[in-house]
Design a protein around this ligand. Structure first.
Ligand code: IPM
Ligand code: MN
Length: 354
C-alpha cells in the first residue's frame, strides 16, 4: 500500500487526559511505523483549561483545526469546579462537537477482554461482546443549553426530541453495523414506547428500517428491562440502538460488565468528521500521578484507525491489548484501575504490536 499520511487533531483534555492520550499516541505511532503510514499530530486546546484561559471551551481556532483534520483524538474534558453560570460544566465538548459537526453516531463497543475482572459472575470473554449505537444529536440532549427554568425558580424542563431523519439514520447505521460485525446479526431497539409517544414513534421507524435488512434479526426491549438484561443475559446482545440519554446510561452499565468504563472507548461519527475518546471523565483526583489506566484511550485509538481505513493496524492494536492482558503484562483491578503505571501499560501494548 502506498504511504498514507493523516493529520490528527489531538485534544489532550483535562485531569488524566494528557497522560492517557500521550500513552495512546505512543501506541498509535508504533502501529503507524510498523505498517508504514504516518500520523501528524496537531495539538488543539479545548476543554475546561481552555475555558479558564479563553472563556471558551472550544475556541474558534481549535474548532477550525478539528474540522481540517482527518480525525480528532480527544481526551476526557471538563472539571467539576469549572462551571457555566447555569450550573452545567463548562469544559464538556460533547454538544459542541456532536451537534456542531453533526456526529450522529456514538459507537461504544462493550467487550470483555481476557483476564479483565468483570462484575458479573461466570462470564468469559466471548460472552460479552456487543456495541452500543447511541443516537448522538437529539433525544433528551436536544434540550442541552435550551432547558427552561421557570421564573418562579420552582420548576425546570428539558424536552426530548425524536425526529424521523435522526431516527432513520441511526437505526440504519445500527443495522449496517450488525452486518459489518457479522456476529449474531441482531439489533436490539431499546426505548420506552410503553409510556412515551416519542419512543413509540422511534420504534415505528425502527421497524420500517428493519424491513430493509431481512438478514438481521430484531429484538425489542424497554429501557428498564434492557438494564436488567445487560446484567443477567449480556450474551443476548450484538448491536443495541437507542436514544441519546438512554445510550449514555446503558453504555456505562455495559462498561461495568467488562471491567469498568476505564477500558471503554467511543467513536463519535458523522458524514464528514469523527472524534474518538475514552467514555469516562477526567478523574482529576488521579491526574498527574502517572497511574491512570490508558486502555480506554488506546482502544479509542484503535477505533480511529478503523475509521481512517487502516483496519489491519487497528486489529493489531486490539490483539496487542488482548495479548498483554493474557500474558499478565497488564493486570487490572476490579475497579478498572491497573497494577502498573500509565506509560508501562502503553509499553506493554507496544511490545505486542507485530
Ligand atoms: C459521555 C459523557 C457526556 C455525555 C458528558 C460528559 C456530557 O458522559 O460522553 O457519555 O453525557 O454525553
Ligand atoms: Mn456518559
Amino acid at each position: 500500500m502506498s504511504h498514507q499520511s493523516f493529520t490528527i487533531a489531538v485534544i489532550p483534555g483535562d485531569g488524566i487526559g494528557p497522560e492517557i492520550i500521550s500513552a495512546a499516541i505512543t501506541v498509535l505511532q508504533q502501529a503507524a511505523s510498523r505498517d508504514e503510514f504516518s500520523l501528524k499530530m496537531i495539538e488543539v486546546e479545548a476543554g475546561a483549561a481552555a475555558y479558564q484561559k479563553y472563556n471558551n471551551a472550544l475556541p474558534p481556532e481549535s474548532m477550525a483545526a478539528c474540522r481540517q483534520a482527518s480525525a480528532i483524538f480527544k481526551g476526557p474534558t471538563g472539571l467539576p469546579h469549572v462551571r457555566l453560570p447555569d450550573g452545567t460544566e463548562a469544559g464538556v465538548l460533547g454538544g459542541k462537537f456532536r451537534n456542531g459537526l453533526d456526529l450522529y453516531v456514538n459507537l461504544r463497543p462493550i467487550k470483555l477482554y481476557p483476564n479483565v475482572p468483570t462484575a458479573l459472575a461466570n462470564r468469559q470473554p466471548g460472552d460479552i461482546d456487543w456495541v452500543m449505537v447511541r443516537e448522538n444529536t437529539e433525544g433528551l440532549y436536544a434540550s442541552r443549553g435550551n432547558g427552561i427554568v421557570a421564573n418562579t425558580g420552582q420548576a425546570a424542563t428539558d424536552t426530548l426530541m425524536i425526529t424521523r431523519l435522526g431516527s432513520e439514520r441511526i437505526v440504519r447505521y445500527a443495522f449496517a453495523e450488525a452486518r459489518r460485525r457479522n456476529k449474531k446479526k441482531r439489533v436490539a431497539c431499546v426505548d420506552k414506547s410503553n409510556v412515551l409517544r416519542s419512543f413509540a414513534f422511534f420504534r415505528g421507524i425502527f421497524k420500517e428500517i428493519a424491513a430493509e435488512y431481512p438478514d438481521i434479526e430484531t429484538d425489542f426491549l424497554y429501557v428498564d428491562a434492557a438494564a436488567q438484561a445487560l446484567v443477567l443475559e449480556p450474551d443476548r446482545f450484538d448491536v443495541m440502538v437507542t436514544e441519546n440519554l438512554f445510550g449514555d446510561i446503558l453504555s456505562d452499565l455495559g462498561g461495568a460488565t467488562v471491567g469498568g468504563i476505564g477500558v471503554c472507548a467511543g467513536a463519535n461519527i458523522g458524514r464528514d468528521h469523527a472524534y474518538f475518546e475514552p467514555i469516562h471523565g477526567s478523574a482529576p483526583a488521579l491526574a498527574g500521578k502517572g497511574v491512570a489506566n490508558p486502555l480506554s484511550a488506546i482502544l479509542a485509538a484503535k477505533m480511529m484507525l478503523d475509521y481512517l481505513g487502516r483496519p489491519d493496524s487497528a486489529a493489531k492494536i486490539e490483539r496487542a491489548v488482548e495479548q498483554a492482558l493474557l500474558s499478565k503484562a497488564i493486570v487490572l483491578n476490579p475497579d478498572g484501575s491497573a497494577q502498573s503505571g500509565t506509560q508501562a501499560i502503553a509499553e506493554a501494548v507496544c511490545r505486542n504490536i507485530f
